[in-house]
Design a protein around this ligand. Structure first.
Ligand code: NAD
Length: 525
């Protein structure tokens, strides 16, 4: 990403409705497969963000009052338009990220459609008013209700620029909020394409607005007085977002990075585990917060597992056309991180079994799918998020050592365990310190929209998907109403003289355990 002043900025492919004004700063966006410029988008200022939030607040006034059915209908109409625009959306996603058409269709568009379907059809179950106990006050009615927050700010990353913006947007909308999106400066045109979808379905022109720019634009959104920030990105930026949000006590939902472990037990189906490891590590060129970042294999099956992984990794087809398995990487600094982690591992004694370098003679962001062994926890590759096509594998004595090492991390996003023993699978799943666990599978839990997704430890705060996800964009309001219509309550003034002693008896009667103890409570003391 470069920030430029127009006039010096070269070709401009931004569509008419999003024209870059000639006097304003812009950011430039590139095709990572070739390094070619894709054009410029506005670098929105703090004032632009404030205006967008003010307009969103007006849009919220009408939108927040609509019944669930109408909100659901609206997001389904957005889905219809997505399907009409499928090829156009795939084109903008693939050209800004370098991922393949198949990856864009399945991991970005299909997943978004599933999430829309889930909330449009089932979201109301999580948000309906719910009658609950009023405790001792049996003559009262207690109801828990969910209300929209107002304006939600969504800040999204570049690795899944469509789904990681769409998920919080449609969820926040369904809960009755309006939204201002700040997409990554690496993939702003995907953000603009999302903005056009909502503008064209058009319940209200300002219901979903998109502001483009870098970190400063994102920080302006955090500080803009929105009712919640949903941030997806790195731990480092997530901490800055939380610190800035603390000035106004703006609540934050943080979906951050991971160093997701895979545990392969001695009784695992090795063919399936090896194929799963290779897909889980290299799909989207390893740039997935839920990807397999490190593997711990029982030493009894270490060598056959490694042999299978290496054979499958060597067979990966890396390119830009239909029939390839993975595309390019997306963001130049991420490739630097990959090279730094591999170099650090090699310096400390690791061995490359396949890959280990940039693809020779090719422009753009291409790194060979890489398998490393001889790794340990003194190496960055086993501790810091690599976020690239590298799979380090470590032999362990048993499942307990694997668990200890898997949990030896500041991260806790995704994880997996591979075993033929269902009980062992459940035990390991319970002991893994992570927000999400797959048993004999990888990554796909995100594609189940009823399953809450999010991290523990430094991988984040809060959840998207499921009932928890839509409640993140709601505030709970407790409503207690009197239904007996008495002239006065027993505890109102003037207090009866016996109030304290009667109260003590009632307290013991209600809360002592066992019938005999309850009876004793009635006796005078
Ligand atoms: P990033 O943290 O660099 O940027 C994310 C977004 O934050 C961008 O839109 C950026 O412009 C914005 N931003 C930067 N500085 C800001 C500031 N001070 N205030 C507000 N916003 C600011 O992350 P990235 O490189 O775009 O994405 C990759 C990271 O995202 C990886 O760590 C990955 O694991 C993580 N990620 C997490 C999930 C998840 O669901 N947990 C999903 C995808 C990616």
């Amino acid at each position: 990403m470069t920030i430029t002043t127009p006039g010096r900025s070269g070709s401009n492919r931004v569509s008419d409705d999003l024209l870059v004004e000639p006097t304003r700063p812009t950011i430039e966006t590139f095709d990572p497969r070739t390094g070619a410029s894709l054009g410029h988008v506005p670098d929105h200022s703090e004032a632009d963000v404030a205006e967008a939030v003010a307009r969103a607040r007006v849009a919220f006034q009408a939108w927040g009052r609509l019944p669930f059915a109408e909100r659901g209908d609206h997001i389904l109409s957005v889905r219809d338009l997505m399907l009409d625009r499928l090829e156009e959306l795939v084109e903008v996603i693939t050209s800004e990220t370098g991922k393949l058409q198949a990856e864009a269709v399945f991991t970005e568009l299909m997943t978004a459609c599933e999430t829309i379907q889930y909330y449009a059809k089932q979201g109301d179950k999580a948000l309906r008013p719910e009658k609950v106990s009023a405790g001792l006050m049996t003559h009262k009615k207690a109801v828990r209700t969910y209300e929209p927050l107002g304006v939600v700010g969504v800040i999204s990353p570049w690795n899944y620029p469509f789904i990681l913006a769409m998920t919080p947007i449609v969820t926040a909308l369904y809960a009755g909020n309006s939204v201002v999106l700040k997409p990554s400066e690496v993939t702003p045109m995907v953000g603009q394409a999302i903005g056009r979808l909502f503008a064209e379905v058009g319940a209200h022109p300002d219901l979903v607005q998109v502001v483009t720019g870098g970190g400063a634009t994102g920080e302006a959104l955090v500080r803009s007085g929105v009712q919640k920030i949903c941030f997806t990105g790195s731990v480092r930026t997530g901490k800055r977002v939380m610190a800035a949000a603390s000035d106004t006590l703006t609540p934050v939902l943080l979906e951050l990075g991971g160093k997701d472990p895979m545990i392969v037990c001695a009784d695992a189906d090795l063919d399936r585990a090896a194929a799963g490891a290779v897909w889980g590590a290299f799909q989207n060129s390893g740039q997935t917060c839920m990807s397999v970042e490190r593997v711990y294999v029982d030493e009894a099956v270490y060598q056959p597992f490694v042999d299978r992984v290496v054979a499958r990794t060597r067979a990966i087809r890396q390119g830009t056309t239909v029939g390839d398995d993975i595309g390019s990487m997306t963001f130049p600094p991420q490739l630097d991180t990959v090279e730094r982690h591999v170099a650090d591992a090699l310096d400390k004694g690791a061995t490359v079994l396949t890959g280990g370098q940039r693809v020779a003679g090719r422009d753009g962001l291409w790194y060979e799918p890489t398998v490393l062994v001889g790794v340990d926890h003194d190496m960055d590759i086993m501790r810091d998020e690599t976020f690239g096509p590298v799979l380090p594998i470590m032999a362990v004595a048993n499942v307990d050592e694997a668990l200890r090492l898997a949990n030896d991390s500041v991260y806790g996003l995704n994880s997996s365990v591979w075993t033929g023993d269902a009980d062992l699978g459940r035990r390991v799943a319970a002991e893994l310190e992570a927000g999400n666990v797959c048993i004999n599978d990888v990554i796909v839990s995100y594609a189940a929209p009823a399953l809450p997704f999010g991290g523990v430890k430094e991988s984040g705060i809060g959840r998207v998907h499921g009932p928890e996800g839509v409640r993140e964009f709601s505030q709970v309001k407790s409503v207690l109403s009197d239904r007996a219509g008495l002239k006065r309550e027993a505890w109102w003034f003037p207090l009866p003289k016996q109030m304290g002693t009667v109260g003590a008896r009632v307290l013991r009667l209600r809360h002592r355990r066992g019938a005999v103890n309850k009876l004793k409570a009635l006796l005078p003391r």
